[in-house]
Design a protein around this ligand. Sequence first.
Ligand SMILES: [Fe+2]
Ligand SMILES: [Fe+2]
Length: 185
Amino acid sequence: MSDNQPFLTDIKTLRERARQHIDDGAVTAGYDADRDKVIQLLNDALATEIVCVLRYRRHYFMAKGPNSKGVADEFMAHSNEEQGHADQIAERIVQLGGEPDFAPQGLATRSHAEYVEGTTLADMIKENLVAERIAIDTYREIVQFIGDKDPTSRRLMESILAVEEEHADEMLDLLAANPDAEKAH
Ligand SMILES: [Fe+2]
Ligand SMILES: [Fe+2]
């Protein structure tokens, strides 16, 4: 590193490194994070997203009652957005040289959020709210863990985190509009 370039690795070294580790794809020698750990965390998040896709979809088909149409549509919209998150996370795992884990075996265990079917419309909304809050907490922790070491993975998880916060907010509004959980039991 030359004196007049205190912050940047010189371009020749960068180019040499890029050639030496060409098989590493997007992961260069400047990658600071614990790559295996980041891939593992992303795979846990991937499992969470898949479980959320399935739970929201189950709820879409099972939603019943006079107010169910709008709520069911919201469930489906969320399910599709969770699928989009799953795809983004899987793509990033591959960029990091890992393999996205789509195996159905152990999916529920790998996931942070749970698959709860619920019976009433309010039950379903509540379960989705709980799952979103779990995703929010764990994704925030992942963002903090990654820190400045892998800005791309961090930004991805930050952008997904923001959407999960919107999801939670929407479930809270739906719960306020459909407060029949206690009456059903
Ligand atoms: Fe998501
Ligand atoms: Fe969500």
